[in-house]
Write a protein that binds this ligand. Structure first.
Ligand code: PEP
Length: 259
């Protein structure tokens, strides 16, 4: 079965709730202007927690063809975890996706592959889908060890998931040196690692799971380079940071096959 491309905009710590309202409304209009067909690709926005209710309200009110999710989640259900947000809180807000293991969470919050795997399981148990991030730093790439490094992350993060769970998950390959730097991996670089991840999923689980799992590339994706990246056989989407903060630009990325 063909994998539906998934283009997700990670807003990071940007946009207050008024700006979020404006951005998602404008995105809906920009997608309509471009003739966006939700059967052909999936548009997802990942706002900060404080904007989720606003985004939900705008999307529901106008029946916009946009899914949404969160940037992180707790492994706990409730209780004395100041500052944390549970899966139950996110499902009540209609979230479909949760990003886990973004390199910024790994770097600033010390998140390990094991914790990220635990979060992914929790998200799946709650009926949402994880966008599980991986990617190497520049030093690792310079040593030529990027594939080995990323596959090590994959092994650890997927260790406690079933084949069925992995098949519906999304994996985002984001080389850290390409995030927010304007430095994009070439389409061939993206394919090399995304292809290796798919092979590893086949080895860890089975062929059916490898064929089903969607693998995104992330790192300075823009409307000008998305088409080439999406042309690679093992790249099923993009996780987009900076360019997702501009409605017209992100709409073009979502509609990469029309531009
Ligand atoms: C990201 O934060 O996941 C990302 C890929 O950012 P950018 O598109 O700005 O490089």
């Amino acid at each position: 079965m063909a994998r539906k491309p998934i283009l997700a905009g990670n807003w990071k710590m940007n946009m207050d709730h008024l700006e979020a309202n404006h951005l998602v409304t404008s995105l809906g209009a920009a997608l309509a202007d471009l003739g966006y067909d939700p059967e052909k690709s999936e548009a997802v926005v990942i706002p900060p927690f404080t904007d989720i209710r606003t985004v939900q309200t705008v999307i529901d009110a106008d029946s916009l063809p946009i899914a949404y999710g969160a940037q992180d989640v707790s492994t706990h259900d409730e209780g004395a975890y100041t500052g944390d947000i549970s899966t139950g809180m996110l499902t009540k807000l209609g979230c479909a996706y949760v990003v886990v293991g973004h390199s910024e969470r790994r770097e600033y919050h010390g998140e390990s592959n094991e914790l990220i795997g635990e979060k992914a399981k929790k998200i799946l148990d709650a009926g949402m889908l994880p966008i599980i991030c991986c990617g190497e730093a520049l030093e690792v790439r310079k040593e030529g060890k990027h594939v080995e490094f990323v596959l090590g992350q994959i092994d650890a993060m997927l260790a406690n998931l079933t084949a069925e769970e992995v098949a519906k998950s999304v994996i985002a390959y984001e080389p850290i040196w390409a995030i927010g730097t304007g430095e994009t991996a070439t389409a061939d670089d993206a394919q090399e690692v995304c292809g290796a991840i798919r092979v590893r999923v086949g080895e860890l689980f089975d062929e059916e799971t490898a064929e089903a799992v969607r693998i995104q590339y992330g790192g300075s994706v823009k409307s000008g380079n998305v088409k080439e990246i999406m042309g690679k056989p093992d790249v099923d989407g993009a996780l987009v940071g900076g360019a997702s903060l501009k409605a017209d630009e992100f709409a073009k990325i979502v509609c990469f096959d029309l531009i």
